[in-house]
Design a binder for this molecule. Sequence first.
Ligand code: KIV
Ligand code: NA
Length: 261
Amino acid sequence: SRPVTIPQLQHWKQQGRPITMLTAWDFLLAEILDRAGVDVILVGDSLGMVALGYPTTLPVTLDQMVHHSQAVRRGVKRALLVADLPCLSYQQSSTQALQSAGRLLQEAGVQAVKLEGAYPSAIRAVTILVEVGIPVLGHVGLTPQAIHQLGSFRQQGQSAAAADAIIRDALALEAAGVFGIILEHIPADLAEVMTQKLRVPTIGIGAGPHCDGQVLVTADLLGLSAQSPPFAPAYAHLRGTIHQAVTAYCQDVQQNRFGQT
Ligand code: KIV
Ligand code: NA
């Protein structure tokens, strides 16, 4: 089918057609996701934790995001390809935001970028990028680049005041021109209200069933991660499957059975 576009995502929201989104960090998985019909593929900075083994997403560099986005790009034909702007790659100035997003679009061929938060420098980045025609996806609720300020990966927006602040953030991002907003780890009823209030699609992760779309970290979906958040269901258990395959191979080699049958 035809490549997914940003206007199509808006249209799908109006039609009530749910949007599917998953993360990828390499060619191999990206190609499988794309052929399976995932609408949006995100080169998320969660790759820092999942693929690179860091305890947070903070150490991820723009060079790493470009490198992984290039690999994913080679595997994706239909899905809309989005990459995360990593920690502190967009807040310093409009120039920095343009240069960072520009590298992801020009060197890696992604079609849009995502950034976290709705504080003034994040809004400024959205505004300048949208002004020059670079689509931006917002991200509110649990924003992992702010982990040291949040203190833990716990659910956000639990008090009425915190919920109101998240709604205000999302509306400010929409006014600045984002084409959609990730809602991460917030109460389902808050996500439902936001999905009704916003004209742009909401894509939830740990935000209940009432969003316009859903996103998961693919390693969690596949049961590859050693630990995954409580809101991320595993649709396969590949960690165990791979462990079994590797131990069977090792035994065959060690017991001189490899290639005998
Ligand atoms: O980096 C990531 O994987 C993300 C998703 C959880 C939305 O930002
Ligand atoms: Na991310």
